[in-house]
Write a protein that binds this ligand. Structure first.
Ligand code: HEM
Length: 206
């Protein structure tokens, strides 16, 4: 049987698998810790509580908003600007009559491409769990991607395909070991930022 894959393809796919796996592993404890924080925050207890969750999503999206218009990143991911959920989160806050938080932006000019990808990894990855959150928002609070829970909507071609296009770029980009380590540290920073913002917004002990 003739293979459609060249050795180069196989090698790059092996590297790709490894890099994604490494990032997953290096941030797994933080992701699980986030689940605990989200459970304690109980965003689905009421629309008021959900609005606090949206304000943290807004804060995170606003903070990294410049990454979504970064020319180097856009050349890697042509649909990058459409991936930002800032506008959706802002509209949700207005739906829920919650104030728009004042947020300082990350100095993206100081970021290398691999560090920027580390932050985007966390932002993009959060769309995977969003399917379940969207269902809970609908079932428990009667919110939807037309009102109050717009920021949890799937991308037009679906969550899985959108995630694959992102991880393909992240995985296939030539990167040194040092850059890869910086990407992982950046992803951990992003998780820490989100966790802290959630704890502060809900007044939870750290
Ligand atoms: C700030 C970033 C993130 C937040 C706030 C977040 C939050 C969540 C929450 C709350 C759930 C559980 C949903 C539920 O079962 O009720 C979840 C599930 C999940 N998350 Fe994350 N997550 C984040 C980042 C990531 C990243 C970077 C990945 C990448 C691998 C990821 C992958 C997943 C997957 C695969 C699920 C399970 C989805 C399912 O069972 O349908 N998440 N996430």
């Amino acid at each position: 049987m003739t293979s459609t894959y060249s050795n180069d393809t196989i090698n790059s796919e092996q590297t790709a698998l490894l890099r994604t796996k490494k990032l997953d592993t290096l941030t797994d404890a933080q992701h699980r810790a986030l689940h605990v924080i989200v459970a304690r925050a109980n965003p689905f207890a009421s629309r008021e509580n959900f609005a606090i969750w949206v304000s943290v999503q807004y804060q995170f999206q606003k903070m990294i908003s410049n990454l979504y218009s970064n020319p180097t990143l856009k050349s890697l991911l042509p649909d990058l600007e459409d991936r930002s959920r800032l506008t959706a989160a802002e509209a949700d806050l207005k739906d829920l009559a919650h104030p728009i938080p004042d947020v300082s932006l990350v100095h993206v000019d100081d970021f290398s491409t691999s560090e920027a990808l580390g932050w985007l990894y966390v932002s993009e990855g959060s769309t995977l769990g969003a399917a379940k959150l969207k269902k809970k928002a609908a079932d428990l609070l009667a919110l939807s991607d037309k009102f109050g829970a717009r920021h949890l909507a799937a991308s037009p071609d679906g969550r899985a395909k959108s995630w694959k296009r992102f991880t393909d770029v992240l995985n296939q980009l030539p990167m040194s070991d040092t850059e890869e380590q910086k990407m992982a540290l950046a992803a951990q920073d992003a998780f820490n930022y989100f966790a802290l913002a959630l704890q502060q917004a809900y007044g939870l002990d750290e």
